[in-house]
Design a protein around this ligand. Structure first.
Ligand code: DX5
Ligand code: ZN
Length: 220
């Protein structure tokens, strides 16, 4: 699978989301971090802002829900216009039912794992998913240092997806930059979230191109 780049709007100017989305027109997805101040110690945005952004953005939205009770709230993000909705394994009561519900609404379904959450218990669920997100920082904030300790899990996740012959994207999120994208691609990631690396660059679109090229070169 060719690498996809999903810049995290968390690092963009929240007062100018429409203009910020245009600064990353070369992106494959726009990553939107929803935080509820319960699942993570930070509060960002919710359904009304996702709905407003979906209306003005030409790029599909990749919503990452860092919230409690995604079983109850996640479908509303599809209704709001998200093309992909990722919920956390640690928060979902019935991940299979939720993934099926998201897909039945014509969205892509993603499952996210915090750094300390093992992937093995989810092997039999992978066929229900379009994406597995292996967090490479503790979720909650942009600009944190990449955790190398997540790479072995990423490798094991890649092996599982390949063993079952599944069409499941493997996403990494947290501390992704030109310094870390290659080791993630080498370990099997094919979809890369980058917040501070993209929006902190002088030319965000050029950074997206550089990240994509580095990932493609390192992928095997
Ligand atoms: C953190 C979020 C990330 C964040 C990544 O919990 O899930 O998407 O925006 O930011 P960087 O790329 O700066 O680590
Ligand atoms: Zn995220």
């Amino acid at each position: 699978m060719s690498p996809m780049i999903s810049p995290s709007m968390l690092s963009s100017d929240f007062a100018n989301l429409a203009a910020e989305a245009r600064r990353v027109s070369g992106a494959d997805w726009l990553h939107v971090d929803v935080m509820d101040n319960h699942f993570v110690p930070n509060l960002t945005l919710g359904v009304p802002v996702v709905e407003a952004l979906a209306k003005v953005a030409d790029t599909p939205l990749d919503c990452h829900l860092m919230i409690e009770d995604p079983d109850r709230w996640a479908p509303a993000y599809v209704e709001a216009g998200a093309g992909s909705v990722t919920f956390h394994a640690e928060a979902a009561a019935a991940p299979v039912r939720l993934a099926r519900e998201l897909r039945s609404l014509d969205a892509r379904a993603g499952l996210a794992l915090k750094p300390a959450t093992p992937v093995e218990p989810y092997e039999d669920l992978l066929a229900e998913l379009d994406m597995l997100l292996v967090m490479t920082v503790e979720p909650g904030f942009g600009g944190q240092a990449f955790l190398d300790l997540c790479l072995p899990k990423l490798r094991r996740a890649r092996a599982m997806v390949d063993r079952h012959g599944l069409d499941v994207r493997l996403q990494v999120d947290g501390g992704i930059s030109l310094d870390t994208v290659e080791r993630c691609a080498e370990a099997g990631a094919d979809t890369f979230v980058a917040g501070s690396a993209v929006f902190g660059a002088d030319d965000p679109d050029a950074m997206i191109e550089s990240l994509r090229a580095a990932a493609a070169a390192a992928a095997h």
